[in-house]
Design a protein around this ligand. Structure first.
Ligand SMILES: [Zn+2]
Ligand SMILES: [Zn+2]
Length: 358
């Protein structure tokens, strides 16, 4: 009897489970054995019996949760086959954040690939996404609506540098997720030739130090002391998204509030958050890249884990690809409050209408 994809992976309360390998992938509850795609808090949780993940992801988890974040840990080498129970597992780069990987699970000639979160756009802080041909591709769909087309990131960083040049008296306060986005923005600034210090909110410090230990030339990134905020005219300051609006940022000289996020593609979202200078920089695949990636894997079947599932499932149907939404709970933000999918879809849909009317 031939093996079916459902025998390789099935959905349980804790998340995706592989019965033949007796492990979960990115479980949202503590389990005996977890394979983890990347270090964002919605995928990598503490308290598992054992964890198999890339070395970078293991080190990120240790920084976030402490060295005792799990019982036993095993490092997955990208591209290498590992036998787990009765299946063969292989990690491949996902291009999302440092250490991020897709996880391919194979038995009896059937291969399922769990993408985790991924993107195809340029990111100097992680290995580029690699297409892994498979029978079933399990994809995220954070930006799974046709309206989500992300611009070139170099041009977005240029907007920030132009604003700094235009307002040398004002501090630029840039909200960015502490893992991945912040370091990507720093590297993009360095690539654009910016060599002044990039000031950091205390919450960014530990992970930024980790990136430096991993070999990324992020340059001078001093932590902002409460007392020197008023003196930081013309500086670029990175902080968690939640801090751009609070009292902390108001102590800077005439602050320009900015936010680096794919959600900034939705202008209503930028306005609601009081963001003066939105930077559309996403760590997730946009609509064209989601569609391109599904095609390139050659998968005959697609499962959509989280995000805007319905439009992508519908698109697969138009391409003759079998698809279903998994409606998975517990995923969908990278450590900070993000709009609920329904709300985001409504905002995005409103803008399509706005753009059509304009
Ligand atoms: Zn993520
Ligand atoms: Zn995620």
């Amino acid at each position: 009897m031939t093996l079916r994809a459902g025998d390789l992976l099935t959905l349980t309360r804790e998340g995706l489970y592989c019965p033949l390998g007796r492990f979960h992938v990115d479980p949202t509850w503590p389990v005996e054995r977890a394979l983890i795609s990347h270090g964002h808090a919605d995928h990598a949780r503490a308290g598992h019996g054992s964890v198999l993940a890339t070395g970078e992801t293991l080190r990120i988890m240790a920084v976030r949760y402490g060295e005792d974040f799990c019982g036993a840990r095993q490092e997955a080498v990208l591209g290498a086959d590992v036998r787990v129970g009765d299946v063969t597992v292989r990690f491949a780069p996902a291009g999302h954040v440092l250490g991020s990987a897709q996880i391919a699970i194979e038995a009896q000639g059937v291969r399922v690939v769990v993408s985790g979160d991924y993107k195809r756009a340029h990111d100097p802080t992680c290995r580029p996404f690699e297409v892994v041909p498979c029978d079933v591709f399990i994809t995220e769909a954070t930006f799974g609506l046709p309206v989500f087309r992300m611009p070139d990131t170099a041009a977005e960083v240029r907007k920030l540098l132009d604003s700094v040049a235009l307002f040398p008296e004002r501090a630029h306060i840039v909200g960015a997720y502490a893992l991945g986005k912040a370091q990507r923005v720093m590297m993009l600034l360095r690539e654009a030739g910016y060599d002044r210090p990039i000031h950091l909110h205390g919450a960014m410090e530990k992970l930024t130090e980790l990136y430096k230990r991993e070999g990324f030339a992020l340059g001078d990134t001093p932590k902002v002391a409460a007392t020197d905020r008023a003196g930081l005219k013309g500086a670029i300051v990175l902080c968690p998204p939640s801090s751009i609006q609070d009292v902390w940022s108001r102590k800077f000289p005439d602050p320009v509030t900015s936010f680096a996020s794919g959600w900034m593609r939705v202008r209503a979202r930028a306005r609601q958050k009081g963001v003066e200078l939105p930077l559309v920089i996403s760590d997730h695949a946009d609509w064209p890249d989601l569609c391109r990636t599904i095609r390139e894997t050659g998968a005959g079947e697609v499962w959509v884990t989280h995000g805007q599932e319905d439009a992508l499932v519908h698109w697969c149907g138009t391409q003759g690809i079998k698809a279903k939404p998994l409606h998975m709970l517990g995923y969908g933000d990278d450590g900070d409050a993000e709009p609920a999918p329904v709300e985001a879809a409504q905002d995005a849909a409103d803008e399509v209408t706005d753009e059509a009317a304009a």
